[in-house]
Design a protein around this ligand. Structure first.
Ligand SMILES: C[S@@+](CC[C@H](N)C(=O)[O-])C[C@H]1O[C@@H](n2cnc3c(N)ncnc32)[C@H](O)[C@@H]1O
Ligand SMILES: [Zn+2]
Length: 433
């Protein structure tokens, strides 16, 4: 093992001077891949976005490809706007993300780290296929096997800051949040992860409290709460350091499940706590509402006349603001189109996801969603078709959008009682009553 405390471990900051800068580098990708050797393909060889790599016995999930696509789009937008991209792939597995950041986002340097040193050969063989402007350049990447927190703490101490840090961690391990923020440049991007659906589902409130500082209870939109729990935890950690984080996009995938959020770090604490508070769901009327910090101790649902609503379930503090920055996701969509990742049959899923993220970002929509099955069960009717229900809601002047989190739910500002009335009317018009 290398000793992290030696300055020699700090990765090269400078772009390799022996390589001439091409004036056309904005238009032609200077990075290519050597073909995979037969040796590589004797072990399991895979392809993602045209990039061949091997996984061997490392932890690898094909289903996480969309999360990797989103990361590469964001990293590439960063490189295009800032002209430089230094990436830390802190829990890199076989190194597929590192490879994709080098090739797809044209990263100037990638540090691929995974605590498991048995992955070394696989990661190195994958990355050694990168050819930069016709030359093999191993100084564009580095492989280490340390605890990710140690790497990031050492970078902070050495004042080596990254533009982009990918923390692809397991469970509800939030210990990476603060160390990654410390190792990130101001305005840099941090791609964080939670895979603990049990905790975000409200089944381990003491765990969500210790990991993210939020007491999370079961809510009908628990997978959205999972994203808000993760962002809220990051907001709190950033605030300790005198920073703010803003979500550029938030992505839930049921494989795992995986909650991933791309955060931008900036200086300055939260100006107000408008987007960091409590979320209540009332089992009696089916409505949700936000509670601010000064409403603690005065939480009740307007559907009841008593001061204490036993039907009210409250979780928090959580992020209650937008899950995505619509303008940013639109830029991602445009780039995906430029790369041919959308606008065709193969790209339909990614296109749908990015478009849904844009729709979900309507400022008139707040947190949560309603499940059509819940509307149906409260109204004692069959579940209405989603598209027809949404168009009826629009006709009545409400905002209604699909959610990327679940297929049969609607994000809306329409109260549950009105949803039930609309759904009943739709059913009556179908049965001719
Ligand atoms: C979810 S996998 C990474 C998958 C990879 N990023 C990908 O997209 O295929 C998490 C990895 O973190 C590594 N790991 C676990 N704990 C770690 C720690 N404390 N520091 C660094 N790596 C760690 C594991 O060996 C595992 O390969
Ligand atoms: Zn109520």
């Amino acid at each position: 093992m290398l000793n992290l405390s030696t300055p020699s471990l700090v990765p090269p900051v400078q772009f390799n001077p022996k390589i001439p800068q091409s004036p056309n580098s904005r238009f032609t990708n200077p990075c290519q891949l050597k073909p995979a050797s037969n040796n590589i393909c004797k072990s399991e060889c895979r392809t993602e976005r045209g990039i061949e790599f091997q996984t061997g016995d490392t932890f690898f999930r094909q289903e996480s490809a969309t999360g990797r696509d989103l990361g590469v789009l964001a990293a590439s937008l960063y490189k295009k706007s800032k002209g430089e991209l230094r990436v830390l792939d802190a829990l890199c597995g076989c190194g597929i993300r590192s490879l994709r950041y080098l090739v797809g986002a044209e990263a100037d340097f990638v540090w691929a780290n995974d605590a498991n040193d048995e992955y070394r050969r696989i990661i190195s063989e994958n990355l050694s296929r990168v050819v930069w402007r016709g030359l093999e350049d191993e100084r564009r990447w580095m492989v280490t096997h340390f605890d990710a927190n140690r790497v990031m703490a050492e970078c902070y101490l050495q004042r080596e800051f990254f533009d982009f840090i990918d923390v692809d961690s397991f469970g509800s391990d939030s210990s990476f949040l603060r160390s990654s923020m410390n190792a990130l440049k101001l305005n840099g991007l941090l791609y964080v992860t939670c895979t603990d659906g049990y905790t975000s589902g409200g089944h381990r409130p003491c765990q969500s409290l210790s990991a993210y500082g939020a007491y999370v209870r079961p809510m009908p939109y628990s997978n959205e709460v999972g994203l808000r729990m993760l962002i809220g935890g990051a907001v709190r950690e950033a605030s300790v350091l005198g920073y703010r984080v803003t979500p550029l996009f938030s992505y839930y995938s049921y494989h795992g499940p995986v909650f991933r959020v791309m955060l931008q770090l900036s200086r300055g604490k939260l100006v107000d706590h408008r987007h960091y508070g409590f979320i209540g769901y009332c089992h009696s009327c089916g409505n949700s509402q936000a509670f601010s910090w000064d409403e603690l101790g005065h939480m009740s649902c307007p559907c009841g006349d008593s001061k204490v609503s036993k039907s009210l379930v409250v979780s928090g503090p959580l992020w209650t603001g937008p899950l995505h920055d619509a303008a940013y996701v639109t830029q991602m969509l445009n780039l995906a189109e430029q790369w041919g990742w959308v606008g065709n049959v193969e790209g339909a899923e990614l296109e749908k996801l990015l478009k849904q993220m844009v729709d979900e970002s309507d400022p008139k929509l707040s947190f949560g969603y309603i499940k059509l099955d819940e509307v149906a069960s409260r109204a004692k009717i069959n579940s209405p078709p989603l598209r027809i229900m949404m168009s009826a809601m629009h006709q009545e002047g409400y905002v209604a959008s699909r959610s990327h989190i679940s297929p049969n739910v609607i994000k809306t500002n329409c109260p549950m009682a009105v949803c039930m009335r609309i759904a009943k009317k739709l059913q009556d018009s179908c049965t001719g009553e």
